[in-house]
Design a protein around this ligand. Structure first.
Ligand SMILES: Cc1ncc(COP(=O)(O)O)c(C=O)c1O
Length: 460
């Protein structure tokens, strides 16, 4: 691990090169040039070190993926060994690491006879799952089924189909969505989709009915699949009750609509079980994963097809899934993924996610006393959110009068906390080996940052 601290001159030179040539993802160039682009050189556990030698706790676990934490030598060694032995196999063949990973995923997944199609990341996994679902339907008596129902304001990725499925509020407008995407509302316990003061089960009942109506109105013969994240981060980390998931599963089965669980964030322990759907005892037809499969040591995605779906593709030419991604399931990544899952098991990270998730939500509950904390949600593993509102009583959101998404990350950084995803929603998604002291550090840092916000608001 490098402990190199860059000199002021070196940092200036890097920043100047970046200012001239780098196109950052989903960031305004003027902002990061003005604010000073952050660059990191090393990390260990939940902590990362930047080029200036500053140490931070990464409370977002990278971009929702650093589940095994930073600095796991075993994962680095596995990737190194694979790239040294055989960097990639000839076309239409595979490697032992990829075979073993498919078996390892099956051992963790609900359906032990599942088959895994590897990709390079989350968006590719979603695109693959949608194509798989459509072809499955063609092969199984629903040749007209091309529609996919998704929950508006989800996030399913950045490619054309994936972005159409989500239309997260922060996605760029792209003109018309991909044809065939149909939306239903999300589960939201804080601002329920129905009037009055409905219970979680009442909200669920209404939403499940809404899904059924949508399927009927669209003609069930044309609907291929329903896609949803077990917990959607883009729509505010709401945890639906079991009645919601059981109801959804029942309706999808009733109309022959495949259920795709998008577990790109929740897969591999995030919610305190290996897969998020296990929390609510739901068995999807297809599951999309990526991120924590390698804890971001190297890109990899995986689409897990249940036995029923996978078997539909076994036959002759007609049944072949003619879908190919040159680097999908790259062996260096599958070797890293195997080591990553081994590390997670050795260090009992999934259990820790469950235990520390309970501790985290207990500690976050204290924040409700703040004037601008509208809600605190989480409790299933290490995924939680603190929602800030302008008016607690009316639940009115902050508007353009304040740029929370630039202020809050700054306040948090001053407390040694890294989060790019902090504004009206302060999301928390740390590595799964986090301990109580580190959770205390996060909660105290958020508390102090909300105090900073209150001072800012009263002085402006
Ligand atoms: C639920 C979900 N699906 C899909 C994706 C897309 O993954 P990627 O960015 O690896 O393409 C993301 C990314 O955050 C996600 O959260």
């Amino acid at each position: 691990m490098t402990d190199k601290i860059y000199s002021g001159e070196e940092i200036e030179e890097l920043r100047s090169l970046a200012a001239d040539h780098l196109f950052m993802h989903a960031m305004q160039t003027n902002d990061w040039i003005k604010g000073g682009l952050q660059m990191f050189v090393s990390g260990n556990g939940c902590w990362v070190n930047d080029v200036e030698g500053q140490k931070y706790l990464d409370m977002m676990g990278g971009l929702w993926y650093k589940s095994a934490g930073y600095g796991q030598q075993k994962i680095a060694d596995a990737a190194y060994k694979q790239i040294s032995d055989l960097s990639s196999p000839p076309a239409y063949s595979t490697t032992p690491s990829t075979v073993k990973l498919s078996a390892e995923i099956a051992s963790l997944y609900q359906d032990k006879k599942c088959r895994t199609f590897f990709t390079s990341g989350g968006s590719e996994s979603v695109e693959t799952a949608v194509k798989m679902a459509k072809k499955y339907q063609q092969l199984n008596g629903k040749p007209k089924a091309f529609k996919i129902i998704s929950r508006r304001f989800s996030y399913h990725g950045s490619t054309a189909m994936a972005v159409s499925l989500g239309r997260a509020s922060y996605s760029d407008p792209m003109g018309p969505e991909v044809a065939g995407v149909v939306y239903v509302p999300h589960y939201d316990s804080y601002r329920p989709p129905i009037p009055g003061n409905p219970s979680p089960d009442q909200i669920s009942e209404w939403l499940v009915k809404e899904l059924e109506t949508t399927i009927i109105h669209n003609d069930p013969d044309t609907v291929a699949a329903f896609i949803a994240e077990p917990v959607s981060t883009s729509s505010g980390i709401h945890l639906a009750p079991e009645s919601y998931w059981q109801g959804i599963r029942e309706i999808t089965k009733k109309y022959g609509v495949l259920m795709i669980a998008d577990e790109v964030i929740t897969g591999y322990g995030r919610l305190g079980e290996w897969f998020g759907t296990m929390v609510w005892d739901v068995k999807p037809d297809i599951t999309t994963t990526a991120k924590a499969l390698t804890s971001g040591y190297i890109p990899l995605g995986a689409v897990i097809a249940s036995e029923k779906v996978a078997n539909a593709f076994i036959g002759g030419k007609k049944e072949t899934f003619s879908h190919l991604l040159t680097f999908g399931g790259h062996p260096v990544a599958t070797a890293a993924a195997l080591a990553n899952l081994e590390v997670m098991k050795e260090q009992q990270m999934v259990k820790n996610s469950k235990d520390m998730g309970t501790y985290l939500i207990e500690r976050l509950e204290d924040l409700r006393e703040f004037k601008h904390v509208g809600d605190v949600r989480g409790g299933k593993g290490l995924l939680a959110v603190v929602e800030l509102v302008k008016n607690k009583k009316s639940k009115e959101k902050f508007g353009d009068e304040i740029d929370l998404y630039s202020l809050m990350p700054k306040f948090l950084r001053d407390k040694g906390l890294l989060s790019y995803r902090a504004g009206d929603m302060i999301s928390i998604c740390p590595p799964l080996m986090i301990n109580k002291d580190e959770i205390d550090f996060i909660v105290e840092g958020i508390k102090a940052s909300i105090e900073d916000l209150e001072s800012h608001l009263s002085s402006n």
